[in-house]
Design a binder for this molecule. Sequence first.
Ligand code: 5AD
Ligand code: SF4
Length: 409
Amino acid sequence: MTKKVFVQTFGCQMNVADSSEMLDALALRGAQETADIDDADVILVNTCTVREHAEHKAVSYLGRLEKWKAARSGRVIIFAGCAAQRLGEKLKKSYQFLDIVAGAKGIENFGGVLDESGLFGTERGGDIIKKSAVTDFVTVMRGCDFKCSYCIVPSVRGPVKCLPPQEILARVKTLAERGVKEIVLLGQTVNAYKYETTDFADLLEAAAAVPGVLRVRFMSPHPLYMTPKLIEVIKNNPKIAKHVHLPAQSGSDKILKDMKRGYDGKMLLDTINALKAAGILVSTDIIIGYPGETEEDFNDTLKLVDAARFSFAYCFKFSPRAGTCAALKNAVSDKDVVKRLDILLNKVKGYAAAAYDRAVGTKQEVLVETPYKGRASGNLWVKFPAKQASGNIVTVLIKKSDGTLLYSE
Ligand code: 5AD
Ligand code: SF4
């Protein structure tokens, strides 16, 4: 009998792409996806551990599955991803109803793990043909070779492994043939991609040249690899989105050095300015309350935000992660962190609204995602007055902004 799989994904876009790959491996073993957990025989939980909160969410979700499993015999629970990598064996002891642990490092061998478990058929089914979304993700590199002092990713995902360009482009072609219009190239430090003589700028251009692909984005680059060549390619290739999500983390030289980010505030701002001069919108990630962050350091971060005027920023409270060197240092008081976060969020919101407001009166190329909404090249949301066909790019004049949404004619 065909097993039905319910997939629950937590965390970043990398996990979304990994879930899709794991689902393909399950499909090859005769399983099929279902959107109804009560109907499912198998649940695949793909987890995140980047901050403590994410890990708690994953583990508490797992705890709630005991009842689900008991409700019907033969049900299977697969706990996968980054939290599984970190906690795996320990969890198997305390949650005995857990069947399979598949850590993020072993994703290439997920099929082997399924076969070893003996819980899946050996009859070969097909590749899962998902209903084609407008946007889909393609992993180009796994792991990370940086050792940022706060970050648990290198320990749960391992060192960098870049996939061969032929394999990546074949995947892009398959997705485009299924009707996907926008491809997001993924990697922990995606622009550090290098395979023989192919660098990330080459790969980006090659992906954009695949027939049927209307737009290419990427996540997440590291500022150190934001080369002039890459900026030129983004600027000049009409199929590459004019938006870069560039994690800054802090604006303080002292904190950046302690974080081992490899750049200081000036280098970072130079890169941001080069991107903006090329007509590219820049968004970012910022960590607040990193150990040792003083009022002065925080003010340097605010100064960076003022100078960069990010189109968007994710702001995180520092979360100590076991095994990282920042976790051993003295924490900033919660009161200060909350206060700083509040100030930062207000500022960030103001610049995000300004990015929307600046687009009023301009013409934008918008990829239609739902009948009345789409995303402009710079990743701003646009609402249409009349129905549009999903998956098309329409050129529209922006009439109005409410600070979070643009309205077209
Ligand atoms: N605490 C808070 N934020 C973190 N990030 C990574 N590790 C931590 C941590 N320990 C943030 C960074 C990164 C984003 C994906 O998550 O800003 O860019
Ligand atoms: Fe973590 Fe730094 Fe690697 Fe990003 S570059 S995944 S923050 S270690």
